[in-house]
Each structure stands twice: as structure tokens, then as C-alpha cells.
Design a protein around this ligand. Structure first.
Ligand code: SF4
Length: 661
């Protein structure tokens, strides 16, 4: 009946529960963690944090930037400490901030250097270590470990890590064990592969050492630039902590290298928002390739959404699983798409469809279609489409007095619709049951998730379900509708319809990706219809958010993907300016992934599955990568963007921008 019944994955052998509830908003219960005067986890608010981008040796610059971040609402300031000298300088930065009346806790960010960590732990309130590189150097080797040789590796890690644990305990310093998908150790990769399971085990190896020492002032994170992997890893962490008898440690949420602008915001919302919806996460950092103070309002919008999300509101009927340990029919730790039948290019193996909502307009003109990627070019008198061309346009009761271009089709309210090869009716569930005129191939039937779960679930093979909910806990209510379909083996495709009324454009670009992304990450949905009331450019903003959500949840790639780091004190070139320059020259290369990294701290793995990489290796010296391989070493920064374009051309991924682009 479900994905679960055909799945023999040991990760879900004893259940798939990872959250307190999938049906009512409830935060996961955690122990409190103290960071200076700040507490997080337990019943404390979800904390907002960010990281400085200035060289840590620039004391005054670091102080000023920290103050800008704190004034914007940052509650924890992280600063990189690549070596002992930067770790030592944290003392001056901290002192300067205290003298200016700022008591916000500081976090030292450590990669590779236990001696810097041990020094910083005596100075600042928290240290972040990366278990992938604290005790291991990356050699990109696959080693076959026996149980005995693996255990002796763990002994080696214990010897290196134990001094830091003891110092943190003595000084009351908190710690984040922060796994990065892109920088797992060769040991973890050899045994678990490049997987959410490997990410979790990477942290648990270090956590066991802390618990053996009765040191519990710990926060955990599982970051990745791949939102599916990131979400699965945090969920698995939650389950493994429970199953393994560990304490319930708070979680720090983040999507690494999310990028900049609208794409970075949408991608962060898909990853972070998906977890927040299920009550996971006690502190968040939105990593944008922008000045860190601009990350704060985005993080605040994501978090404040839950201030009024009472658990008792609009109860959603829980799924009756195989046992208490199975609270849904999903595999929450591995992406699997819900199986559906294909109806006229919707569902089956087709990419999710984008439906543009024009239903509040009394009339629609040819020029209006520009907002959804379809252009009329008077010269040479033809239609064109960019990479964000919507698939369907929903016009409500309005009719069109022109032919739709580029394969775009119309959906119209059934009460006024004369079905044809280009126009398809949208019924309510009740209308559909008694309708005398239907389309012979494709009919859309709009149904509320609660109505569906109460038995309004009879659909013939021409029906595409348009699933919506008026519940304040909208995403879980719609998700519950999907569970009903899966349990009852109903395989009609589903268009997810999310309606946001009159929220601001900024909030819309975070909330819609949260709700839509959370469903697509679990493989639920064959299309997305977004509705927004008041915005002046609502069709355009809904269209870019729709495509952005599908791209960020890795369901439909429609544009170039940039995996750019947020920059920090290690950055070796002007990341914002370079990213903008690369974007300007390559943003027509649909489907190409370009990694832009300020340094090579974690090796090329950090760029995840980028096709091309632009990486700082020295002051204004760049290495260019094809996949995981360096192909041009030490290119001067002022010619590196042109060299990157040349590289893309050499590998056949270049095309000239078209007129529309
Ligand atoms: S990749 Fe970017 S954010 Fe990460 S350490 Fe290097 S410069 Fe800093």
C-alpha cells in the first residue's frame, strides 16, 4: 500500500518516526544548551545566527561587522579561526565588543586545527568543529577497514579530540559538532558512503566521546547544499539519537552554499523550512553570498512563522501506521517519488508541472504572459519562451481571446468551460461527481485535504487532483492528504495548490518554498499552483518562486545552479562581486551547476556535485575544477572568469544566450 511496504532499507526497519508529530505543530523536545548567557533548545526560542566575512585578524573590522549583525538581530556570532593566531585574536574581538556593551556569545569556527580549537575554547563561548576534518586530513582514499582497524581509528580520534572536550567542560564552553556533507572523512566515506547515514555517524563518533566524559553542552548540525540530503540527515539524526539512547541535543539548521538573492532564499527555505515545519531545529543560519546582516531578516521570517502555530489549532487526523514507530507511509531518510499514473504529461515520470494563477484577473492579454516566461516578439512576429515558461495557466472564469503559444494550456472553472484540446476544466469535488460534461482526457478536480481524508476520494483515470488545505498547518494537512492517497492506492497525479492570501512578497518567497519544498522533498506532488492576492507582480513572483522551489528541491532543473559559499574570514577573493560576474555570463546555461568557493578548506567535496568549480587557493589565485578534478591551477583572479567560460566551452556545455535571455 505504500512506499514502506516495498522497502527493505535497514534505516527504517524499526520505524520511521523522527518528529514529535507530523500532524500538529510541536517542537522536538531537547535538552537546553548554555552558550554564555544565551540558552537554546528546550523551550527557548529558535535562535538566529550568522558568521562574519571579514579577516579575523582585522580586529576592528570584525568588531564593526559583528555589531551590524547583532543590531540586525543576530544572537550568536561565528568567526573563523583557521590557525592559532586568529584563535588568539578572538580575545581582542570579544574584548572590543564587550567594551561597546555587546554581550552576544561568540563562536569559533574550526577546521583541521585542534590547537586553534583548544585555545579558542578558553576565550569564546562556543566552538564549532567539523568531525570530517578535526582529526583527519582528506586524502580521497577508499580504504577497506576491518572492524579492528576501524576501532583503532576511533581510538586515534579520541586521543586528538579529548583535550578539547576537557577544556570545554572546564571553561563551560559549548560545542557544535557540525557535519558537512561535502567534507566527510575518508573513513566515513569508506564505510557509509556519501550518504545521510554517513553524515549522522560522523557526528555520533565524536558525540560518544563527549558523552563518555559527561560533557553534554552540545549542539549538532548536518549541513549540505543538497536540500534532500540535508533534510534526510537531520531527520535521521533525530531518530538515531533516540534509538541510540543519546540525550536529545538541540539542532543547528542550515543549507550550505545556498547562493545569493532569490535563489539563495528559496533554497534555504526549502531545506530549513521543511525541518521547522516538523518541529526540528533550535537555531538556524541562512547562508547567503551577501553581507551577513542581510541573512538575519530572512532567518527571522522563517522562524517567526511558528510563533502563532499553536499545536491545538485545526487538528489533523493522524495516520494509522503499522505501529507507533511508523507514523507515515514515507521513507523520510531517502528520497522516493510517489508512484502516479501519467495523465496528459502530468505525473508518472514527467517533471512536476508549473501552473500559473491568473484567476483573479477579469481579462488577460498576450503581454501578460511575459510574467510567466512566454514572449511575443513583434520582430520576427513569433512567440518565444524562456527557461521559466509555465506549463498551464489557470484563468478562473475568464476566457482568452487569443491562441496560447509554446504548448501552454488553459485550465478554466468547469462552470464556464467548454473543454477542448487547449482548455481543461477545473471542478470542485462535488461538481465533478454530478458533471455531465467532462474532458475525455484530462480533468482537474480541486479537493481540500480534510475532505479527501473523510472519503471524498473517488477519481476516474482522467482526473488530476488539485490538493489544497485551509488549515493553518497547511503543509502537514496536505501531506496527510497524500498519505490517504497512498494508503488507498489512489495513483492519480496531484497538483499541490498553496494559497497565501495577502502576505508580503518577501514572506511569500520563503513560505511557499517551505511548504512546497517540504512536500517535493518527500516525493509528493506532480505540479505546483501558487496563489497570492495582493502583490502587484503576483503572476511573475509566483512563477519564479514555483520554478525556484522545484529546482531547490531538485525535482525540476530549469536554470543554472550556483553553489556559492557565504564567504568568511578565510575567503581569498571578492566573492560577491565574482559570483555576480559569473552569474551574469552563465545564467542562461540551464542545468549546469557551478561551484564558487572562497577557499578550499574542505576540498572539492564541499562543492557537492557541481559540474564546474571556481575556488580560491591563494590571494587572488584561483583553481578551476571540472567536477572534482582541478584542471587549471593557479589562474590569476582577473582572468579566471574568462578561463571558466573557456573551460565550459571546451567541455561542450556552453551555448550562446538567445535573444530572450
Ligand atoms: S568555503 Fe567559503 S565559507 Fe567555507 S571556509 Fe572557505 S571561504 Fe569560508
Amino acid at each position: 500500500m505504500s512506499i514502506l511496504s516495498s522497502n527493505t532499507d535497514p534505516l527504517i526497519a524499526n520505524g520511521n518516526r523522527y518528529a514529535t508529530s507530523l500532524y500538529a505543530y510541536e517542537r522536538r523536545k531537547t535538552i537546553p544548551v548554555q552558550i554564555g548567557d544565551l540558552y537554546l533548545g528546550s523551550d527557548f526560542p529558535i535562535r538566529i545566527q550568522s558568521m562574519t566575512t571579514i579577516d579575523t585578524m582585522d580586529t576592528q573590522g570584525s568588531i564593526e561587522q559583528s555589531i551590524r549583525m547583532i543590531d540586525a538581530g543576530c544572537e550568536l556570532v561565528r568567526i573563523t579561526a583557521p590557525s592559532v593566531k586568529e584563535a588568539q585574536n578572538l580575545e581582542n574581538i570579544r574584548k572590543g565588543l564587550r567594551e561597546r556593551g555587546y554581550t552576544t556569545p561568540l563562536v569559533a569556527d574550526i577546521h583541521f586545527t585542534p590547537n586553534a580549537a583548544e585555545l579558542a575554547a578558553r576565550i569564546v563561548e562556543k566552538v564549532r568543529i567539523n568531525p570530517g576534518n578535526y582529526a583527519d586530513k582528506k586524502r580521497f582514499e577508499t580504504i577497506d577497514y576491518t572492524d579492528a582497524s576501524y576501532a583503532s581509528e576511533l581510538d586515534r580520534i579520541r586521543d586528538k579530540f579529548l583535550p578539547l572536550v576537557k577544556i570545554c567542560k572546564e571553561y563551560g564552553t559549548a560545542m557544535r559538532i557540525g557535519t558537512n556533507h561535502g567534507s566527510l572523512s575518508d573513513r566515513i566515506l569508506s564505510r557509509y558512503g556519501d550518504t545521510p547515514h554517513g553524515m549522522v555517524e560522523s557526528a555520533l563518533e565524536f558525540l560518544r566521546i563527549c558523552e563518555d566524559e559527561n560533557y553534554f553542552n552540545i549542539v549538532l548540525s548536518m549541513k549540505s547544499s543538497n536540500t534532500q540530503v540535508m533534510v534526510e540527515a537531520y531527520r535521521l539524526l533525530s531518530k538515531k539519537l533516540k534509538d541510540g539512547g543519546f540525550k536529545d541535543y538541540p539542532m543547528h539548521l542550515g543549507v550550505t552554499e545556498a547562493g545569493e538573492g532569490e535563489d539563495g532564499r528559496i533554497k534555504s527555505a526549502v531545506g530549513i523550512g521543511t525541518l521547522l515545519e516538523d518541529g526540528l531545529g533550535d537555531t538556524i543560519r541562512v547562508s547567503l553570498t551577501e553581507d551577513p546582516e542581510f541573512e538575519i531578516p530572512v532567518a527571522q521570517d522563517l522562524v517567526r512563522r511558528y510563533d502563532s502555530r499553536a499545536s491545538s489549532q485545526d487538528p489533523i487526523q493522524a495516520f494509522a501506521g503499522q505501529s507507533e514507530a511508523f507514523d507515515s507511509p514515507l521513507h523520510p531518510f531517502a528520497h522516493t517519488r510517489r508512484k502516479t499514473t501519467e495523465i496528459f504529461s502530468i505525473g508518472g515520470h514527467q517533471v512536476p508541472r508549473v501552473i500559473a494563477d491568473f484567476s483573479t484577473r477579469a481579462s488577460i492579454s498576450i503581454a501578460d504572459l511575459k510574467a510567466i516566461g512566454h514572449y511575443y516578439l513583434p520582430e520576427p512576429d513569433k512567440w518565444a519562451m524562456n527557461d521559466l515558461g509555465a506549463d498551464f495557466i489557470y484563468t478562473g472564469k475568464a476566457s482568452l481571446d487569443f491562441m496560447l503559444p509554446n504548448g501552454l494550456r488553459q485550465i478554466q472553472d468547469a462552470s464556464v468551460c467548454t473543454p477542448s484540446d487547449f482548455v481543461y476544466p477545473l471542478f470542485t469535488y462535488t461538481e465533478y461527481q454530478s458533471a455531465s460534461t467532462k474532458h475525455p482526457v484530462l480533468n482537474f478536480v480541486s479537493v481540500d485535504a480534510a475532505e479527501l481524508c473523510s472519503g471524498n476520494d473517488s477519481f476516474d483515470p482522467t482526473c488530476v487532483i488539485v490538493l489544497k488545505s485551509s488549515n493553518a498547518h497547511q503543509m502537514p494537512a496536505i501531506r496527510r492528504g497524500f498519505f490517504h492517497l497512498m494508503q488507498n492506492e489512489i495513483t492519480n497525479p496531484v497538483i499541490i495548490h498553496l494559497n497565501y492570501g495577502s502576505i508580503s512578497d518577501d514572506q511569500f518567497q520563503l513560505f511557499a518554498p517551505t511548504d512546497g519544498g517540504a512536500l517535493f522533498i518527500d516525493g509528493l506532488g506532480d505540479g505546483l499552483l501558487l496563489s497570492l492576492n495582493h502583490s502587484k507582480n503576483k503572476e511573475a513572483i509566483c512563477n519564479t518562486t514555483n520554478f525556484g522551489t522545484l529546482q531547490a528541491s531538485r525535482m525540476r532543473i530549469s536554470k543554472t545552479e550556483y553553489i556559492s559559499c557565504p564567504s568568511c574570514g578565510r575567503t581569498l577573493f571578492d566573492l560577491q562581486e565574482t559570483t555576480a560576474m559569473i552569474r551574469q555570463k552563465t545564467d542562461h546555461l540551464k542545468g549546469v551547476k557551478i561551484g564558487i568557493m572562497g577557499c578550499i578548506v574542505n576540498g572539492p567535496g564541499e562543492m557537492a556535485d557541481a559540474d564546474y568549480g571556481y575556488v580560491g587557493i591563494g590571494k587572488d589565485k584561483i583553481a578551476l575544477y571540472k567536477g572534482q578534478e582541478v584542471v587549471k591551477k593557479s589562474v590569476p583572479a582577473d582572468s579566471a572568469v574568462d578561463e571558466l567560460i573557456q573551460l565550459i566551452k571546451e567541455h561542450g556545455d556552453w551555448r550562446e544566450p538567445s535573444v530572450n535571455e
